[in-house]
Design a protein around this ligand. Structure first.
Ligand SMILES: Cc1cc2nc3c(=O)[nH]c(=O)nc-3n(C[C@H](O)[C@H](O)[C@H](O)COP(=O)(O)OP(=O)(O)OC[C@H]3O[C@@H](n4cnc5c(N)ncnc54)[C@H](O)[C@@H]3O)c2cc1C
Length: 394
């Protein structure tokens, strides 16, 4: 099969890949998105909390007002300490809503010109052709592309990140279960994000709208055949057993969760110290979203950070005058990507570090726990500071 020529190739049609294509398109730059699945992956992952920084990025992408009516605005955060019988509550800082992942993915997809996304195209390898100095992409389906520009947005197991020689991601010592419970007659929960904490576990509950509620909880890693976690009923029963000491209201929510929404995830992260030193662009190849900075869900910021990433390369390219296919030069793209990595590095280092320390705090005990509490207090005295970030205009 002959090699195809493409100017601007994005790998992965997840949140970040689609958002990156939308941003480029808004700047008049055409791209093609290569996705391994046969259709948009809009049926997994249940829901996603989007904080103010994420809404700022969605505003820039021009899709925020389509998404706002799909989810209620959360007014309050509450932490319930079950063992101690205490609770603390505070007003929600900034716009926060919990979107159905399918609404987010469908909306970004619909904002793109038809045929931008090519399904059934799983990247197998990326190599630099030393004669042309262009990256050559090979796909499992036999297709191959000589690209001028590549942005790897294919998640935590990124082949493009490997090509950039970024250190491999690590596994977090706990897992996560999440789901959505639909209540056809409406639920009785306030517009608040509640975390219920007991021992070394935490259950979160966030209403999406008047009839649906998203929830998640930590789950220990159980060695054995991992395929058992593809069975929703195994996930439900294991979670119910784990949370048997939690209030009946929580158990009912899990008992009644939509079977298709239940998902068990092992948690992967890129170490904050590797983000500090890693090379995230080489020539006209870079990475964004989880491919760059996969992090645990403990701050609920991985997806929003990917939306922030998406705005930046398009803005830089336009600022350097690369705002149409004719004007895209290798030198210009290299400069735009170097600026992008510089602009994003410390933001994602801080987010990943706070996420890591917060996660370790939940799963550790004794002296280790004290150390993580102190680290968090010293490094992140404003624990909600991450929400106030503005990725800037497109
Ligand atoms: C339990 C849990 C809860 C979370 N909660 C939140 C939250 O509340 N708020 C928040 O902001 N973030 C949250 N996150 C993080 C968020 O889900 C991710 O940061 C986000 O989905 C990353 O988007 P992405 O597009 O970078 O990668 P992905 O969503 O992983 O998308 C990658 C895409 O690339 C495709 N792909 C993969 N490999 C290839 C290949 N070789 N070739 C072609 N295509 C490929 C995949 O099929 C997929 O479509 C959570 C994460 C977890 C695990």
């Amino acid at each position: 099969m002959d090699d195809d020529d493409e100017e601007m190739v994005i790998i992965g049609a997840g949140i970040c890949g689609l958002a990156t294509a939308v941003a480029l398109n808004k700047k008049g730059i055409k791209s093609v998105v290569m996705e391994k699945s046969e259709s948009l992956r809009n049926v997994t992952g249940a829901a996603i909390g989007i904080r103010q920084n994420g809404w700022r990025a969605l505003d820039q992408l021009g899709v925020a007002d389509i998404l706002r009516p799909t989810a209620i605005s959360l007014q309050r955060e509450r932490m319930v300490l079950l063992k101690e019988g205490k609770q603390q509550q505070s007003s929600m800082i900034g716009e926060t809503r919990c979107l159905r992942r399918k609404d987010l993915l469908n909306t970004l997809y619909d904002a793109l010109p038809p045929d931008t996304v090519k399904f059934g195209c799983q990247l197998k390898s990326i190599k630099l052709n030393l004669t042309t100095n262009k990256p050559v992409l090979r796909f499992i389906n036999g297709r191959s592309i000589i690209a001028k520009v590549v942005i790897g947005c294919e998640g935590g197991r990124s082949i493009v990140a490997e090509y950039l020689n970024v250190k491999p991601t690590k596994m977090f010592p706990s897992c996560n279960v999440r789901g959505v419970t639909n209540c056809p007659n409406g639920h009785s929960f306030d517009a608040e994000f509640v975390r219920f904490r007991s021992d070394n576990n935490l259950v979160g509950r966030i209403p999406i709208d008047d009839k649906s509620v998203y929830w998640f909880c930590g789950h220990p890693y159980i060695p054995g055949d991992e395929r058992i976690w593809e069975d929703s009923e195994v996930i439900r029963q294991s979670t119910l057993k784990l949370l048997s000491g939690y209030p009946q209201q929580i158990q009912d929510m899990i008992e009644n969760a939509d079977t298709e929404s239940l998902i068990f995830s092992k948690l992967r992260y890129r170490a904050p110290w590797d983000l500090l030193t890693g090379t995230f662009c080489k020539g006209t190849v870079t990475v964004a979203g989880d491919a760059m900075h996969v992090m645990g869900p403990f701050l609920g910021q991985g997806g929003s950070a990917g939306l922030e990433d998406a705005v930046v390369p398009a803005r830089n390219m336009a600022q350097l005058g690369l705002d149409s296919e004719r004007k895209i030069t290798v030198k210009g793209v290299e400069e735009a990507f170097n600026m992008y990595v510089k602009q994003r590095r410390m933001r994602v280092v801080r987010l990943s570090l706070q996420t890591y320390v917060t996660g370790m705090l939940v799963v550790s005990s004794g002296l280790k726990k004290v150390a993580f509490v102190m680290l968090l207090a010293v490094l992140f005295s404003n624990k909600n500071g991450h929400v106030d970030y503005d990725c800037g205009g497109l």
